[in-house]
Design a protein around this ligand. Structure first.
Ligand code: ZN
Length: 247
């Protein structure tokens, strides 16, 4: 099975459309979305409609929860909270209801999926080796897919069962298949709509369970038009500026 994995779209429809075009060219069997469809960007309703139509699975993320009124906005950076309120006002009741129904975590086709981490699916960032090592204890499958950090990275389990469990970090090399061997992995496809690994290109990954590989893909999109839409909507300016840097 070949699965296109997307995450952290953040109401960036321009980036989402570019990524979906690239995914269609690869003709995968399914698209899975790891959450944060909304938050930050200018086109929440359209992004919900498209993801709802195109993805076989879609988890909830912390921003989806906040926009849908399921998480307190006080827990967010003031800019993110302001953007979340704006998004809530620009979403239909139907889209909000759909967001509220998204699961936090799933096991599908023998693969674990969580937005943040298997230990804390909505909030935890797997961005250091210690956190990654601990998280291998919180899922039973060989592979776990996560988003949330907006980093196209992977963690390989090290010393399983030892007193000193660890995890090796692997940075994305786009279009170079990562061989998953028979090891356990925590895999992050990166972010469609707001990359934070200093590469402003939109990101997704293709998981091929027959070839046992994971391949990141990066694509340029019209950052300028999205930033302009953010400024014109009166959303916090930083939401637009950061897209140019990929940070
Ligand atoms: Zn996010």
């Amino acid at each position: 099975m070949r699965i296109a994995v997307i995450s952290d779209i953040h109401s960036n429809l321009v980036a989402l459309n570019v990524i979906l075009e690239a995914i269609d060219a690869l003709a995968p069997d399914a698209i899975w979305c790891l959450g944060d469809v909304v938050g930050y960007g200018p086109e929440p309703e359209a992004c919900v409609c498209v993801v709802r139509e195109r993805s076989a699975i879609c988890l909830t993320g912390n921003h989806d929860r906040a926009v849908a009124g399921q998480l307190a906005l006080e827990d967010f950076h003031p800019d993110a909270a302001e953007a979340a309120l704006w998004q809530r006002e620009h979403l239909s009741q139907e889209a909000l209801a759909w967001l509220r129904e998204r699961p936090e975590m799933l096991e599908e086709a023998g693969i674990t999926l969580a937005h943040g981490s298997p230990r804390d699916p909505v909030w935890e960032y797997v961005v250091d080796a210690r956190t990654a090592a601990r998280n291998f204890e919180y899922f039973e499958t060989r592979l776990c897919l996560v988003g949330h950090s907006h980093l196209a990275i992977a963690w390989r389990e090290k010393n399983p069962g030892w007193w000193t469990p660890g995890a090796d970090l692997v940075w994305a090399e786009p279009k170079t298949p990562l061989n998953l061997n028979d090891e356990r992995w925590i895999l992050n496809p990166g972010s469609v709509g707001q990359p934070r690994d200093h590469d402003p290109r939109a990101s997704f990954a293709l998981l091929d369970t027959d070839a046992n590989t994971w391949t990141w893909h990066r694509h340029e999109y019209d950052v300028e038009s999205v930033a302009k839409a953010i400024f014109e909507a009166g959303l916090p300016r930083r939401m637009g500026l950061r897209l140019f840097e990929g940070w």
